[in-house]
Ligand binder design. Structure first.
Ligand code: GLN
Length: 186
């Protein structure tokens, strides 16, 4: 199974490691051609302003949207979740406008306020709590879709059809259950 990882900026290598553990083949996506051979796509964490700037400059948005329209699942983690959202605060960021969530950037504060938390996800992910790592994370204030995990009463793992978004970094914890679940959506 070939899984694309948008490799414009951000945590690419860690997602690739998770995918290999699950016997999937990671494919770095930098150009439109790179999108040709993949069955699903991960939009990693990083800086959403930088990632979206490059994404739109390189015209990757149209092809990603077309592939998703034809059934390609997408996982967005942290900045990736912001890029999937229909509504972002501050609202200066242009996104892919796919998931019916309202998300606020850097809502826990600065880099130094980054933290880890043990969170209980729905049984579809597994009974054991997840060690969720939040790095300058956004907060999902409203989600008109399935909430699979919450922290402090805010959704941190959400699903809308074959779109999955996390505000934390599942690729940094030593636990591949989120990636495994994502691969099951293909
Ligand atoms: N603060 C970043 C943003 O707003 C997201 C941080 C992350 O992906 N870890 O784009």
């Amino acid at each position: 199974m070939r899984v694309g990882i948008l490799a414009l900026q951000g945590n690419v290598r860690e997602h690739a490691t998770m995918l290999r553990q699950l016997k999937a083949t990671p494919v770095e996506v930098k150009t439109e051609e790179d999108l040709d051979s993949i069955e699903s796509l991960i939009i990693p964490g990083g800086e959403s302003t930088t990632i979206t700037k490059l994404l739109f400059e390189q015209n990757l948005d149209k092809k990603i949207l077309a592939l998703h329209h034809d059934g390609m699942p997408i996982l967005g983690t942290c900045a990736g979740a912001i890029i999937l959202a229909k509504s972002v605060q501050p609202n200066t960021l242009k996104t892919l406008n796919l998931m019916d969530i309202h998300i606020t950037r850097n809502d826990y504060g600065r880099q130094i306020q980054s933290f880890e938390a043990s969170i209980q996800a729905e049984n579809t992910i597994g009974k054991k709590p997840l060690n969720a790592i939040f790095i300058r994370a956004p907060v999902i204030k409203k989600a008109n879709c399935t909430i699979l995990a919450q922290y402090n009463n805010n959704p941190v793992l959400v699903q809308e059809g074959n779109l999955l978004a996390t505000t934390f970094h599942p690729e940094l914890a030593n636990d591949n259950r989120i990636h495994k679940y994502f691969l099951s959506l293909i």
